[in-house]
Every structure is written in C-alpha cells, then in structure tokens.
Design a binder for this molecule. Structure first.
Ligand code: ATP
Length: 237
C-alpha cells in the first residue's frame, strides 16, 4: 500500500542543513501536494528523494527498498522521475529528442512517445522544433512528458504552474488523472494552495525544513493549511 516512506530525514547543501527531520508517507496511486513558503525545503525534499541531494542515512524507503544514499541514476531506474523547477530542457535538442531522454531509465510500461503525444497533442505538432522555442506551458508539458517516458512509479512535479496562465495550468493539471490511472503516484510542489487542494488527494505543508501538517486535500481545509503555512497567522490567532 505504501510506496514512499520518509522518516526523520535530514539533508542539505554542504554544511547548510535545509531539512530538519522530515516525515512523509505516500500511498500507491495517491496525489500529494507539497506546499509551503519560499525556502521551506520543498525542492530540497524532492531532490533528496531523487538522490540529487545526499542524505545522511537510510531514511527514505521507496517501493520497499531503503534508497537513501543511492546514486540518482539507481533511484531513477527504481522508478522515481522528476519534472524539475525551471524544466531544464536541452535547448539544442528538439521536443522529440528531449522526450527520448526519459528512456534512459530503461523502464518499460504504458508510457511511450505515442502515449505522451496523446496526453499532450501539441507535442506531436512541435516534435521537430527546438524545445526551448515552445511556450512556457508547452515546455512544461515536455518536462512532464520526459519524466513519464521513464515509466516512473513515483512522479515528482516541482512548481508546474509557476509563471503560466490559468488556462494553461488547467490544461496541465487535466493530465493528472490519466497519469494516475496508468499507475503513477504523484508528489507535486505547488505554490497556489487552492490549486493544490483541488488537484491532490493529500496535502503536506512544509515549514522550516519539516512537514508540519499532513491531511486530506479538501478545499474546506484551506484555513488550516494556510495557518500551518504562515507561522505569523498562527501566532496572531
Ligand atoms: P522555493 O519555493 O523558493 O523554491 P523551497 O520550499 O523549494 O522554496 P528550497 O529550494 O528547498 O525551498 O530551499 C530550502 C533552503 O535551502 C533555503 O534556505 C535555500 O536558500 C537553501 N538552498 C536551496 N538550494 C540550495 C543550494 N543549491 N545551495 C545552498 N542552499 C540552498
């Protein structure tokens, strides 16, 4: 039932510790939104899960294996993929070539180039174009498509809505149910709490390098989430 279990995770950059004992659990097939103020540690947590930020101990269990300390390529092969903040597409490669990079995990499954193009049809139309000539929303679709090409069990999405128009954001979030129905579990970082609560099953609030609230993602819980998110609001209450 549990796909990801994180217990008392500490991680950071050199001597700087950004995560101070994170606990988080995710059930298979669930969508969890990770919210929190700038600098709370959301991106660092995603990077620790993917092995890009070293972790001190074996505090991350993924699909039954203690993956804390594994190199990033091994974690990717085990089934963790990320669409990173800022998308990180290769400007010299076409849309199709950027998508193909996702195949490096060697994992087979429902996600092929045809299936990704069916999910985001604009990518088939723009297949031969340099990826960075696309609009921001289309580039975000390439980043998500590239992650899906690796057929992950766990898909990490870092701020997919950042800087995009609401209609484009809606198009991207409309893809989530198909991604989950094909078997993926999703952990998404989202600055917009309303969007997070509408699109996820669970919400986790990070503050100062810890998860301070974990709950069902119900729009009626918005006040509780906002209170956990902003310590000042809690103190003023
Ligand atoms: P944001 O919404 O601004 O991306 P976040 O919740 O994702 O915020 P992180 O990016 O994980 O937060 O940052 C957590 C802490 O780690 C911050 O204090 C940040 O300054 C620091 N940090 C992030 N990246 C690095 C880095 N490469 N080197 C050193 N410190 C970093």
């Amino acid at each position: 039932m549990t796909l990801l279990q994180i217990r008392d995770l500490y991680a950071g950059y050199g001597d700087f510790e950004a995560l101070h004992g994170v606990d988080l659990q995710m059930a298979r097939g669930s969508v969890t939104a990770l919210v929190g103020a700038n600098g709370a540690g959301k991106t660092t947590l995603l990077r620790a899960i993917t092995g890009l930020v070293p972790t001190k101990d074996q505090n991350i269990w993924f699909d039954g294996a203690p993956v804390g300390g594994w190199p990033a390529h091994r974690i990717a092969r085990a089934g963790v993929a990320m669409a990173p903040e800022g998308r990180r597409l290769f400007p010299s490669l076409t849309v199709a070539e950027n998508l193909d990079l996702g195949l490096a995990t060697g994992r087979r499954g429902p996600w092929t180039l045809d299936r990704v193009n069916a999910l985001f049809p604009i990518l088939a139309e723009k297949a031969a174009m340099p990826a960075t000539r696309l609009s921001g929303g289309q580039q975000q679709m390439v980043a998500i498509g590239r992650a899906l090409m690796g057929n992950p069990k766990l898909l990490l999405l870092d701020e997919v809505s950042l800087g995009l128009a609401p209609t484009v954001v809606a198009d991207i979030y409309a893809a989530l149910p198909s991604i989950v129905s094909e078997g993926a579990t999703v952990l998404l970082v989202e600055q917009d709490v309303g969007l997070a609560l509408r699109n996820a099953d669970r919400v986790a609030v990070m503050r100062d390098g810890r998860v301070v609230l974990e709950d069902v993602a119900d729009p009626s819980r918005r006040d509780a989430v906002a209170q956990a998110y902003f310590p000042a609001a809690e103190e003023a209450a």
